[in-house]
Design a protein around this ligand. Structure first.
Ligand SMILES: CC(=O)N[C@H](C=O)[C@@H](O)[C@H](O)[C@H](O)COP(=O)(O)O
Length: 233
């Protein structure tokens, strides 16, 4: 087992990501966010973009799972789609590189198989972001170090759950022999604990901790429900 992965066992990985259009965008801000997560007891950080990964590596001692979100015209794959993004992450010092491990067509004719082979040749630990059980099994067969349920609900053919995909975690834990990371729409500590109870190796939480605009929206939505109910009385 990869020693970086071992550090994540039964712990909370905080995803610190803000895209260009988001208010907290910027490597400096994400590095602060990661420091806060470390102070709170996170065992690892998940981060988007080489710049953010490098900035976070400078200020925390935690393992960093790096990805690059990049859209290409000829593909739906947007999490570390090609070798170009993999290289950026390796140069930035990502401890684990996360990539889309669906079987969808990748940009520039690149393939999941060739990317994984090249990463393994470099000894680069790999997290496979999947949306279904079949993808998880296939990723394991290609030799990735762990799978994460990141993409469940974000491919057209996976269940479009409003909450976390417990079912996928449960099945993957049963059928795979590599660590299964629970990720995607986990909002509460209780949900995170449930994932560990199901056998998840670690839990990744992003939005519920690091996207204040989304956290605010949840409060505002609940308050509007209250106001509407009151107006009816
Ligand atoms: C689907 C996709 O693009 N997921 C991204 C992957 O890195 C991030 O935007 C998510 O924040 C991350 O997966 C954590 O999930 P949540 O924010 O739901 O806790």
């Amino acid at each position: 087992m990869n020693s970086m992965l071992e550090q994540l066992r039964n712990g909370l990985v905080v995803s610190c990501q803000a895209l260009e259009h988001e208010p907290l965008h910027g490597a400096h801000i994400m590095a602060r966010m990661a420091r806060a997560a470390e102070e709170g007891g996170a065992v690892g950080i998940r981060a988007n973009g080489a710049e953010d990964v490098a900035a976070i590596k400078q200020v925390t001692g935690l393992p960093v799972i790096g990805l690059v979100k990049q859209n290409y015209a000829d593909s739906e794959v947007f999490i570390t789609p090609t070798w170009k993004e993999v290289e950026q992450l390796i140069t930035a010092g990502a401890d684990i590189v996360a990539l889309d491990a669906t079987r969808r067509r990748r940009p520039n004719g690149e393939t999941l198989e060739s990317l994984i082979t090249a990463m393994k040749e470099q000894g680069q630990p790999i997290m496979a972001d999947v949306s279904t059980m079949e993808e998880a099994e296939y990723a394991e067969s290609l030799g990735v170090d762990c799978v994460s349920t990141t993409l469940s609900g974000y491919t057209s053919y996976s269940p479009q759950n409003a909450g976390p995909d417990y079912e996928l975690v449960k099945r993957a834990v049963k059928q795979l022999s590599i660590p299964v990371i629970a990720e995607g729409r986990i909002w509460s500590p209780k949900e995170a604990v449930k994932m560990l109870e199901l056998g998840a190796y670690a839990v990744v939480v992003g939005t519920a901790i690091t996207r204040p605009q989304e956290i605010t929206k949840r409060y505002v939505a609940e308050l509007s429900v209250f106001r509407l109910a009151k107006e009816k009385v």
